[in-house]
Design a protein around this ligand. Structure first.
Ligand SMILES: Cc1cc2nc3c(=O)[nH]c(=O)nc-3n(C[C@H](O)[C@H](O)[C@H](O)COP(=O)(O)OP(=O)(O)OC[C@H]3O[C@@H](n4cnc5c(N)ncnc54)[C@H](O)[C@@H]3O)c2cc1C
Length: 356
């Protein structure tokens, strides 16, 4: 559990009780015991063998049916009814009131709002006096100040490392994949570190990114390799020789950035030009402007403050009978299923506590 908790950007400790009650193995057992076949892929990510989210949904729907639950679709909760600090029910957007002495609010964050998760549930909690930590995008593509990305849009770089530098902080990624977008950079490496980068920006730090396109080679090794390639291909132009090392679109951007005429012959390349290429290969730099909007983020950071939720039950500390679960709570984690597990675990704990 400790290594799991470390994948939460902050506040992971809040989930300890929920994870003790219902953790990853319990979640797998829940689905497998109901006939769903699962597979474990790289980095221990668990998926249904069908690779379809509808397989998960089918199990949950059957379970609700078995429990005699009534599911009301296409209706929005617009108000939480309370009396003397106790929950009394909910009001729907068609005016219907549903009485209840226990309500579990699990309305998600503000990302991908077309799915219905438009932060309205967080606002309802705020209206009842719960502190709300301001919402911001998490796990999101970043935007950069330079205009290279427009020229490189769609280009994927594999087996690279990216470093983010801001003030005295250095955030270094694993080796993996990066994708250029119309306004910046995305892909697993960037998305995973985006929250920490946003934290630096929100502290007023200037943040730059350096892409190491050849993380397995040192500067000296790379320089020797380039020297060797240039000698072997003395009569070819620099552009054609670099194609062995880089995608063509990137060579064009490199040429502009380093001010190198890549149409000249390798034999004419100066030491300074070679060093310029090596330093771009080891640290292709850009300045981070910010992040794409919350709508495009995989998760929402912020939400209902943990100080107003009892971690042992998920019950509100302000309104008796009101419980919270999932992304609307102020916890968020890396990609890899951690957010989903947090939603399932807090949902389980809230459900069990509300049923007592
Ligand atoms: C593209 C994408 C990829 C993702 N990939 C991963 C991943 O790889 N790993 C991971 O761990 N997490 C991932 N996530 C995040 C993960 O899906 C969420 O953290 C998780 O689904 C949160 O579950 P939830 O039940 O709290 O909220 P949601 O799944 O957002 O569900 C909330 C539900 O409440 C409904 N609702 C909202 N407001 C109201 C209202 N007022 N009245 C009635 N209903 C309402 C919504 O329609 C929605 O159905 C991804 C998210 C996205 C968008």
């Amino acid at each position: 559990m400790e290594s799991f908790l470390k994948r939460f950007s902050k506040n992971g400790d809040f989930l300890r009780d929920a994870f003790k009650k219902f953790f990853n193995r319990d979640l797998m057992d829940f689905f497998q015991s109901r006939g769903l076949k699962l597979k474990i892929e790289r980095q221990m990510r668990v998926f249904p063998v069908t690779d379809r989210s509808s397989s998960i949904l089918d199990v949950l729907k059957k379970e609700l049916e078995k429990a005699g639950a009534q599911v009301i679709c296409k209706s929005k909760v617009v108000d939480l009814l309370t009396e003397k600090g106790m929950v009394k029910g909910v009001r729907l957007d068609n005016g219907r009131e549903i009485p209840a002495d226990r309500v579990i609010l699990a309305t998600g964050g503000a990302s991908y709002s077309f799915t219905g998760s438009d932060s309205s549930g967080i606002r309802l909690a705020g209206k009842l006096g719960h502190a709300i930590i301001p919402l911001c995008p998490g796990l999101v593509p970043l935007t950069v100040k330079e205009d290279y990305p427009r020229k490189l849009e769609g280009l994927a770089l594999r087996n690279i490392r990216i470093k983010f530098l801001g003030g005295k902080t250095r955030i270094v990624s694993d080796i993996g994949e990066l994708i250029f977008t119309a306004s910046g950079i995305s892909g697993p490496l960037v998305i995973t570190l985006s929250g920490r980068v946003m934290d630096l920006l929100s502290r007023g730090e200037k943040v730059s990114a350096e892409i190491d396109l050849k993380p397995a080679l040192s500067v000296q090794q790379l320089d020797s390799r380039l020297l060797r390639e240039f000698k072997l291909n003395a009569k070819k132009n620099i552009r054609n020789t670099l194609k062995e090392l880089l995608p063509l679109r990137l060579i064009e951007v490199f040429a502009q950035t380093a001010g190198i005429d890549t149409f000249k012959k390798c034999s004419q390349a100066t030491q300074k030009e070679r060093e310029g290429i090596v330093s771009l290969l080891k640290g292709f730099r850009m300045n981070i402007a910010g992040a794409r909007p919350i709508e495009e983020a995989m998760i929402t950071r912020g939400g209902v403050s943990l100080k107003d939720i009892n971690p042992r039950t998920m019950e509100s500390r302000l309104i008796k009978g009101l419980y919270f679960a999932g992304e609307m709570i102020d916890v968020d984690a890396d990609t890899g299923g951690f957010n989903l597990q947090a939603a399932f675990s807090t949902g389980y704990l809230a459900g069990e506590s509300a049923a007592i």
